[in-house]
Design a protein around this ligand. Structure first.
Ligand code: SF4
Length: 254
């Protein structure tokens, strides 16, 4: 039997972050994550014990009119949902979450079928599972990788930075770009360390600094002067450093 996976939702919207900002995409939001970031804005994507019993599947692109499909879904279920939404031309399919790569076995079955629909595949990932990336890399076109800073994500930099570097070393075989969420309390030393890590792999990899969107009272956005300081710092190591907030939140789209 083909592997199945639990998804939270399938829908059509506008990419709101990083290098592909503004493109129309079909989003596959997977359930489950191997991290627990303080600022996570997708708690339903990873905090339930066993995952949602249902996946919301939009059937008219951008309308939020959703059917409910019983979880877990098969690769054929997901391809049918994507084909139905692709009546409007889309730039790509975004694999998001949660962390899509915890479903590597499922992705190995899904992605060849998905590519058959003619849509490029964009992987949004926390960049900590390089072995899983190796398994699916041949079917992925774009990789948007997060670097998680301890001050914002509540994560352990000592263990994550080497994982991020190993991940990036694999990911650079595709078009890859990095995003770092920064907050009011982000020390320059954390951005310095992260930018050096990216540059050690390839200083041409583009970096986006994304001011944290306050969520649930757990994070504060950095002041403008701080953003300028952090960008200047990262530009000492990397060729391209842009500051882009979460634009889908401004537009009030999903
Ligand atoms: S990696 Fe992403 S989905 Fe996972 S906890 Fe952090 S913000 Fe949430």
């Amino acid at each position: 039997m083909a592997p199945h996976a639990r998804l939270v939702e399938v829908f059509s919207s506008i990419q709101g972050e990083s290098e592909l900002v503004g493109y129309r995409q079909i989003f596959l939001r997977f359930f489950g994550c191997n991290l627990h970031c303080d600022y996570c804005d997708s708690p339903e994507a990873h905090r339930a014990a066993e995952g949602p019993a249902w996946c919301r599947v939009e059937h008219t692109p951008g309308s939020s009119d959703c059917d409910r499909l019983s979880n877990p879904l098969s690769p054929a279920d997901v391809c049918d949902a994507v084909a139905r939404l692709n009546t409007v031309p889309h730039h790509s399919v975004s694999l998001t979450g949660g962390e899509p790569l915890i479903h590597a076995l499922f992705l190995e079955a899904l992605l060849p079928e998905l590519r058959g629909l003619g849509l490029p595949v964009y992987l949004e990932t926390n960049g900590t599972l390089p072995e899983s990336l190796e398994r699916v890399l041949e079917w992925v076109d774009f990789i948007g990788m997060d670097v998680k800073l301890p001050s914002v994500a509540g994560t352990d930099a000592a263990s994550l930075l080497p994982r991020h570097q190993a991940f990036l070393t694999v990911a650079r075989r595709r078009r890859v770009f990095v995003k770092i969420v920064v907050g009011a309390e982000t020390p320059a030393s954390e951005v310095d360390e992260a930018a050096r890590m990216v540059a050690a792999v390839d200083r041409a990899i583009p970096l986006t600094l994304q001011p944290v969107t306050p969520f649930g009272g757990v994070a504060r956005a950095p002041a403008p002067a701080k953003l300028l300081e952090l960008q200047a710092l990262a530009l000492r190591f990397l060729e391209t450093v842009r500051v882009i907030p979460q634009t889908h939140k401004m537009l009030n789209v999903r």
